[in-house]
Design a protein around this ligand. Structure first.
Ligand code: SF4
Length: 225
């Protein structure tokens, strides 16, 4: 079973979390970390001041622990667009990230994943505030590709919150829509091995169009290239 830490990178440099990177490395946890661009100005515009340099520092720490080079320490980066549009093709952008991060900072990583912005949380709030929500939903609906349904991540991955409760994916986790196993309103990680999830219905909503649009989107990147 692969365990993935969906990491925002800056947490690794925060007081009180100094031992987190070592813990993840000792446990062989895959780190999938948000880095919306390899350029400082783009990261700071999207994520806020100092986020770029804190992220670079965290990536160097992870590299020093073997992330990006050791087989059991996978380090993947996540790109998402800076606005209400679908992301570009994954392969070409990965080459740019690899070249620029290596040249500027000596940083290495395994894969770049592109993720479509979900119309929820902070991005959803921004769309609503700017009156762009319906326009963005139309883009997602019009770009629906049925073949993406075969590989959406909720079919083979569970998301776990910090209290140990389970969700069909991390977007449902953000929306507080728990996995409904056997009709139970919540299922804890400690119960999951004895719970038969075969044919268990996945909790879905309008946000799911974010996973099925265009080349598709998941915590493992594009679904189709
Ligand atoms: S948002 Fe919907 S389609 Fe995407 S992984 Fe979650 S449940 Fe599946």
């Amino acid at each position: 079973m692969e365990v993935i830490d969906r990491c925002n990178l800056t947490i690794i440099k925060e007081a009180g979390f100094e031992d987190m990177a070592d813990f993840l490395a000792e446990q062989g946890v895959t780190v999938t970390a948000s880095l919306p661009c390899y350029m400082e100005q783009n990261v700071e515009r999207q994520r806020g001041k100092n986020v770029y340099w804190e992220s670079i520092s965290a990536l160097k720490k992870l590299n020093a622990l073997g992330y990006g080079s050791d087989q059991d320490k996978q380090l993947n980066l996540v790109f998402n667009p800076d606005g209400p549009n679908l992301p570009p093709a994954q392969a070409g952008l990965e080459e740019d990230y690899r070249r620029e991060l290596k040249a500027d900072h000596g940083i290495i990583f395994n894969q770049l994943f592109i993720i479509t912005n979900m119309p929820i949380s902070r991005f959803g709030g921004m769309l609503l505030a700017k009156g762009l929500y319906q326009e963005y939903m139309t883009i997602l609906r019009d770009s629906f590709r049925e073949e993406n349904l075969d590989t959406v991540m909720c079919r083979n991955l569970l998301s776990i919150d910090y209290l140990g409760y389970t969700y069909d994916c991390d977007f449902n986790q953000m929306l507080k829509m728990p996995l409904l196993a056997k009709g139970k309103p919540k299922t804890h990680l400690s119960e999951i091995l004895e719970t038969d999830l075969t044919d268990n219905p996945i909790v879905i909503g309008e946000h799911c169009f974010g996973c099925t649009a265009g080349q598709g989107s998941s915590c493992g990147g594009a679904l189709k290239n």
